[in-house]
Design a binder for this molecule. Sequence first.
Ligand code: PFF
Length: 460
Amino acid sequence: MTTAPTRPLFSSRLGFIMAATGSAVGLGNIWGFPTQTAENGGAAFVLAYCVLAFLLAYPALMAELVIGRHRRANIVTALGGLNPNATLRLIGCAAGLYGVAIASLILAFYSLVGGWMIAHTLQPGIELIASTVNISADLSTSVEAGTTWLTTQTPWRDIIFCSLFMTLTVGIVAAGVGRGIERWSTRLMPTLITLMIVLMIYVWSLEGAGEGLRLLLVPDVSRLANPALLVSAMGQAFFSLSLGVGTMLIYGSYINPDASLPTTGAMVTAIDMAIALLAGLLIIPAIFAAQHLGIVIYDEAGVLRSGPGLIFQTLPALFKTMGTIGQVVASGFFALLTIAALTSSISMLEVPVAYLEENHHLSRHRAVAIASLSILSFSVVIAIYFNVLFDAVVNFTTEYSQPLLGIVLCVFAGWVMRRDHLLDALGGSDSRLFNKIWPWYVRFICPLLIAAIFIQNLRT
Ligand code: PFF
């Protein structure tokens, strides 16, 4: 194993697990997973997701962790230096640069959405304060205008809150791997889980919630034959585990050399899945509780409202029916989404930052400034040309680029990296069976399966 002594490391295995699950658990789990589940017929999607997460996403995650730990470098240097062959070096560097670009593009749209979450956290809080203190009619009209502005999508609102979200991300990443990323992930992850459990218990006590639980837990197996469901489940699993763009690779490069990777990676996958399920158990029953209160949960075509309609209309309408406590719940819910987004966005920013620091010899602060300002400029462009750009950037990065890069990483781990380096990087004595099966699996099965589902995606 090549070890550069000056590189930072997570202080412990727990520190890595917090940071990696912080990266994995994000808007993809709390918003994306319940939305996709609702769109794809409930439990059948959950089943497909769980199977694909362990059969495809976990082995691909291991490929990133192994390469990161072996090379102890960012994705460009890591892939470019796995094999001395000049062509392979070139392909590796190019794929690495593509990964850095995709991580940055994901952050460009993700920070816009993170900004929406901050605005929606503030709105019920301001309304609550305004309703408890005695204010004049004029002031009350201004407060109303202000809160409407906060929840109405306009380029200015988006740019202001996206900048705020990016500032928080920058603050954490600039503090470094241990004092920034690890420390904040370790603080924010338990907060996130506690908030989710409290909200879930509350939602379950509402009438109508049971119907949502049924949708989530009783599968309609005939839907599993639908290839579109498999494509969505794989895309969701790759996005959720932050794969393909070098995030897990760079975190893998900061892991303590003694930790065994197979169990550590399995824990990250399991926690990510558990939190997605928890989010499903919170949001889907909430949709049906809303219906019970007379809120429209289906659109004109009779399809369950999902995506922005679900988060920004159905759920706030539910919270509104609950009076004062509803405003607290609403603020708590959007704070939850903001925290989840933040522990993921720091991992995305670390990808270009580590590359600039290591390959262009910039100081951490300078690297953070250059990367974040370039990404923020792109977010501004997306905010201005939202209707044209937003969906296009999301699809290009998550549906096409992440699986493609996933194949590249599996191929590099399986074919380009030397077998003894691979086994050495896996580490630990509890991984003997894994060490026999996985190198073979990541060589043949993983790239072929990802490619098969990817091609299916292109044809639909
Ligand atoms: N895993 C994050 C989520 O589920 O929201 C999204 C993500 C994070 C994607 C980091 C890519 C990445 F590099």
